[in-house]
Ligand binder design. Structure first.
Ligand SMILES: [Zn+2]
Length: 79
């Protein structure tokens, strides 16, 4: 009788150990940190999306770099 009780206790302990591990939420690592949300703007020349704070403005158009601002906007081809 005592052995059966001990076995039941052991099974219960193992069950709790396994269940405790699987239900524990994963600890967020450094790669899972969320960056502050940034408004992305499209370069009028190459179409690449860059954060608005890093873009270069020219009137109502935004560019990814000074070179593209100088090159100017590229007309988008319509299909
Ligand atoms: Zn560009």
């Amino acid at each position: 009788m005592f052995r059966l009780l001990l076995l039941a206790l052991l099974v219960f302990a193992v069950y709790r150990l396994i269940r405790g591990r699987s239900t524990r939420p994963p600890v967020p690592g450094p790669q899972q940190r969320t960056l502050p949300e940034q408004h992305m703007v499209r370069c009028a020349h190459c179409g690449v999306y860059v954060p608005e704070t890093e873009s270069i403005g020219d009137e109502d158009r935004r560019y990814c770099s000074q070179a593209h601002r100088v090159a100017g906007p590229v007309q988008q081809r319509r299909r």
